[in-house]
Design a protein around this ligand. Structure first.
Ligand code: SAM
Length: 272
């Protein structure tokens, strides 16, 4: 058993976790040897992994900016938010509108512990430890009922989280439950690993993630589009994530703007 810092007391640090693998991929420090070994195995068969992680995070940033600035929605429910790292949703949203409110939801105890420390002084952002597969528990939680006003528009973020939900747990039903709990004018942001483009590598990546408690389930374009039923997608619709409203500049900030299919993920923002 590895040396465990205080913020990880009680965590099984010998089993890799999706949250901590992603944290490591983004250059964070809330991960353990098992996570770094799993990530090394991913990179061996899928060398684009670091670029994919960064590209995804940049989509999240652009989506949040668009939702606050153009859609005027300032309440966020960030499902599967990950270990807080640079450029968290509350930092981006509150930088544009200090009144913005964010409830983060995570299953990973390290992500939760670190977020609680980071958010201790922020009255408009909080963390809930919960499983996205239980929307009712999330919606009636103290965090959601005290911080979010569900009679006003809310943006539900499901950014690279739905592919951790197997078909047996009805990802479409989960999206629908959150959609139905929000009023018209609300928004959704989704990014999701696409099946097909990277079949050779994805089998190996799936094997690595099967060592965590949350395996991965890439889906086809039609399946991902189906998850967004009931939402009107804002331009440009469902596209490879680097193509979703890229930042201006020669190639934007996204390392995959010039070769967007390498992101192996589709992304969209929708309006209810
Ligand atoms: C790749 S990270 C994405 C983090 C952030 N949304 C982003 O895109 O930058 C996926 C996160 O989803 C979390 N997750 C996976 N399954 C979950 C579940 N059933 N309930 C809550 N969180 C979950 C993982 O712990 C991980 O932190």
């Amino acid at each position: 058993m590895a040396d465990v810092p205080e913020w990880a007391t009680g965590v099984d640090v010998d089993r890799p976790s999706a949250a901590r693998i992603y944290d490591y991929a983004l250059g964070g420090s809330h991960n353990f040897a098992a996570d770094r070994e799993a990530y090394a195995d991913v990179v061996t068969t899928f060398p684009d992994a670091p670029l994919v992680a960064r590209s995804n995070r940049l989509f999240l940033h652009r989506a949040v900016r668009h939702i606050v600035t153009d859609l005027g929605v300032t309440q966020f429910l960030d499902l599967g938010s990950g270990v807080p790292t640079v450029g968290n949703v509350h930092q981006i949203a509150q930088n544009i509108d200090p009144r913005a409110r964010v409830v983060y939801v995570e299953i990973d105890p390290v992500a939760v512990a670190h977020a609680e420390i980071l958010l201790a002084d922020n009255p408009r952002a909080t963390m809930l430890r919960a499983d996205v597969r239980d929307p009712a528990a999330i919606l009636r939680s103290e965090q959601v009922t005290s911080l979010l006003d569900l009679s006003r528009p809310v943006a539900v973020l499901m950014v690279t989280v739905l592919h951790f939900i197997p078909d047996a747990d009805s990802p479409a039903g989960i999206v629908r439950a959150f959609r139905d709990a929000t009023v018209p004018g609300s928004a959704v942001a989704v990014s999701h690993l696409i099946a097909g483009d990277w079949d050779d590598e994805s089998g190996n990546v799936e094997q690595v993630y099967n060592r965590t408690s949350t395996g991965i389930n890439p889906r086809s374009r039609a399946e991902i589009a189906g998850l967004l039923d009931g939402y009107d997608l804002v331009e440009p619709g469902l596209v490879y994530s680097p193509l979703w409203r890229p930042d201006p500049g020669p190639a934007g900030l996204d390392p995959l703007t010039d070769d967007p299919a390498r992101s192996v993920a589709l992304a969209a923002v929708g309006r209810r």
